[in-house]
Design a protein around this ligand. Structure first.
Ligand code: CO
Ligand code: CO
Length: 325
């Protein structure tokens, strides 16, 4: 759902007053966190969606990586997952099996098992996971606690929404999707594990609301602002050209309209296509991290050594609002 409608319906829910709920629905964070003991809390999240690639096994793998990501974005360690799926009545059992196998293999890569699930019949296939993780209650990484002066790091390139939309309408071939598929399938596990020795003020992952939408949640929660250098944001090859040709999913256009309505300011040099890309709805995107400059630099070096490219894309500033130059 779009962010403003979601925020509106969530406001109508009864308030949460259980003191063991460390993170609930009030801050638009990535997952709920529930304290079991002074040294142990659960991280709980659920995510599922309709197929975004043709290959059923790859769809299952991407959906699982995407669902696991919200646990990593909280600083948690996944321990188990349940599958949630809907398939058309006439769908070939082998295809269904491939989706589930893609998810199960990705979960194994994360070091966990899918220990149950639920399926229903539906004309439109859907698949995803409810993931449970654990975390020390003092080490929860919220999305709302960035501080002025923090460097913003992004651990995956953006553009998956535009590329998958282009593929769906046959504007690009399978070849052009290879890098995007590898990126969406990649776990944020290494990116999250490397945070262990670093000071991190805030973390989230970039998914449906796009880079600007998730950044907006980050800065508004912190009562701060951000300055982004558009040319430093890593882009998937071909995405900018497709945006220039007018290719963008509806969610991306909505995200950009909402960014503008919320007062995100773009320098003139940032053209319309790049603005769209910065708002592009991502699937299984990277982590967006706010860290003191020295920690960010150290993290970038360590990440590079483990094959994760963490790009410095801007800074947190004291003055509220987002400026893109
Ligand atoms: Co998230
Ligand atoms: Co989610």
């Amino acid at each position: 759902m779009d962010a403003s409608v979601l925020a509106q319906v969530l406001r109508e829910l009864p308030p949460i007053d259980d003191p063991n709920v460390l993170v609930g629905t009030s801050t638009a964070d990535d997952a709920g966190v529930y304290k079991l003991r002074d040294d142990l809390a659960l991280v709980q999240t659920v995510d599922f969606f309709t197929p975004i690639v043709d290959d059923p096994y790859t769809f299952g793998a991407i959906a699982a990586a995407n669902a696991l990501s919200d646990v990593y974005a909280m600083g948690g360690r996944p321990i188990s997952a349940l599958a949630i799926a809907a398939f058309p009545e006439d769908m070939d059992p082998q295809t269904i099996g491939a989706v589930l196998r893609g998810g199960a293999d990705k979960a194994r890569e994360a070091g966990i098992n899918i220990i149950g699930g639920h399926t229903i019949k539906d004309d439109e296939p859907k698949y995803g996971l409810a993931v449970t993780g654990v975390i020390h209650p003092d080490r929860v990484l919220r999305n709302s606690t960035a501080q002025p002066g923090d460097v913003l790091l992004l651990t995956k390139p953006i553009g998956t929404g535009i590329l998958t939309t282009a593929r769906r309408s046959d504007r690009i071939g399978d070849d052009a999707m290879t890098v995007a598929i590898a990126s969406m399938s990649a776990l944020n596990r290494t990116a999250a594990e490397l945070l262990d020795g670093c000071e991190v003020h805030a973390a989230t992952d970039v998914t449906g609301f796009g880079l600007l939408g998730h950044l907006r949640e980050m800065v508004s929660g912190a009562n701060a602002g951000a300055e982004i250098v558009a040319s430093d944001v890593p882009l998937l090859a071909g995405a900018l050209e497709l945006a220039r040709a007018g290719v963008a999913p509806g969610g991306t256009k909505t995200n950009l309209a909402q960014a503008l309505a919320a007062g995100v300011r773009f320098d003139e040099r940032v053209d319309e296509a790049l603005r769209l890309l910065l708002a592009d709805a991502q699937t299984s995107g990277g982590l967006l991290l706010a860290m003191p400059a020295a920690d960010a630099a150290r993290y970038q070096t360590q990440a590079a050594a483990r094959g994760v490219r963490a790009a410095a894309i801007g800074t947190i500033v004291g003055e509220p609002g987002i400026r893109v130059r």
